[in-house]
Ligand binder design. Sequence first.
Ligand SMILES: *Cc1c(COP(=O)(O)O)cnc(C)c1O
Length: 455
Amino acid sequence: MTASIDHIAVDVLPGGPTLPQERRLVTAIPGPRSEELLARKAAAVPTGIGHTAPIHAVAAGGGVVVDADGNSLIDLGSGIAVTTVGNAHPKVVEAVQRQVASFTHTCFMVSPYESYVAVAEALNRLTPGDHEKKTALFNSGAEAVENAIKIARKHTGRQAVVAFDHGYHGRTNLTMALTAKTMPYKHGFGPFAPEVYRAPLSYPFRDGGLSGADAARRAITMMEKQIGGDQVAAIIIEPIQGEGGFIVPADGFLPALAEWCRANGVVFIADEVQTGFGRTGRMFASEHFGIVPDLITTAKGIAAGLPLAAVTGRAEIMDASHPGGLGGTYGGNPIACAAALAAIDAYETEDLPARATAIGSVITDRFTEAQRSDARIGDVRGLGAMVAVEFVDPATGEPDAALTAAVAKASIAQGVIVLTCGTFGNVIRFLPPLSLGDDLLNEALDIVTAALAAA
Ligand SMILES: *Cc1c(COP(=O)(O)O)cnc(C)c1O
C-alpha cells in the first residue's frame, strides 16, 4: 500500500500483533526494494547516521520486522531496548490513536494535562525506594541525563560529576563528556563539557575478578584523591552497562558506591535508560543490587517507541530547581505519555519482568552450553532479557571484534536482527521484545549459533 501526501509517497503496511510471528526470507537481505531505499538514504542522509540491518522496514509487530521485499525478520534488538512490550502493542496503538485524535500538543509548560501527571505518578510509584519522589519528563535518554546533572548540581551547589569506564550516556555535549568511548561517539566532536571525571568500573571478566568491594574502593580512592568528596555533585552509573558491553558489576560494587555517596552528600544517579522497565527481570535493574538511587533516568522502554524520557528522584532533590528551570517544548508530549501509560500497564498486567527472566535463561543456557566447546565465547552474562556474549581470541584472550561483526552480519542476512556493543566491539547483545514466544526465540538463537559455528 502506498499512502500519498501530495507528492510525497511513503510505504505503509498494516503491522501490529496481527503480523504473522515468523521468520520468512523471500529475497536475499538486502532485497531490491531495500537496496533502493539504502541508495536514497546514502544520498539524502549524512554518513554519521549509521544502520545495523540493511533493510527498508515497512511494518513491525510483536517480535518481527517486515521489509519492503516481504522478508520477515525476528527482532532480537527491540530497536535498542525500546519496543520491550512488543512492537505496535495493541494497547499502545489504541492509546496513541485515541490521544492523537484528541490533541497532539499543548506544551505541558503552557497548558498542563493529566497524562503527564499520571506518568509521573506511575514512575514515582514504580522506581526503587518508598521515599517521596517527583518526576520530570523529557524527550530522549540524553536529555534526561542532562537534566539529572542539572538537578544534582543545583541541589548540591557543587560542579564535579563522576562517570565510569565503559559508560554510555548519550550524544549531546554533556552526555558525550560522560560517555567513555571515543569512536564513534566523541571522536572529533569536542571540546567537551568540563568538570566531568571518570572512575574505574567493576568489570569481572576483564579486571581479574576484583571483588565488588575492592573495585568500589578503587573508584572511591580515585574520587577522593583526584576530586575531593565534598566537590562531587553526583556520580552517574548504569547498574548494568548497556553500550559498554552489558557489564554486570561484581556484588557489592554498587551498594558501596551508594553508601559513599550518602556519606559525602553526593547525588547517586542510576542511568536506567537501557536497563529499565522489566528488561532485567525486575522493573528496574537497581533492585537486583539492593540500591535505592537518589535520581533515576529512564527512556528507551518507557513508551514502546514514542519519544519520552524521565528523571525520577527524591522530592527534595527534584525540587531544588527554581520555577521554570527545567522543561522543554516537547517534554512529556501527550501522545508519548499515552503510549507510556499503555506500556506501563502492559509491563504490570502481562507480568513482563517474569517473562524477561524466562527469556534470559533460554539465551544464557544456549550460549553457556555453546561455550563448553567453543573457546571463542569468553563470557556469557547479563540479567533477565539483557544478555551479552563476549567473543575473544582463544589463544590470547584478546577481544575479537571481527568475529563479532561477522556473526551479527550473518545472522541479519538469515533474518535475525542482532546488535553488537562493547568498548572493544566484541559483544553481541540480546534485547528481545518480551512478547517474543519461545519458538521464535529458539529459532533465532539457532540462526545465531549456526552463524557462529560457520564464522
Ligand atoms: C541509549 C542510552 C542513553 C541515551 O538515550 P537517547 O534516547 O539515545 O538519547 C543514555 N543512557 C543509556 C544507559 C543508554 O542506553
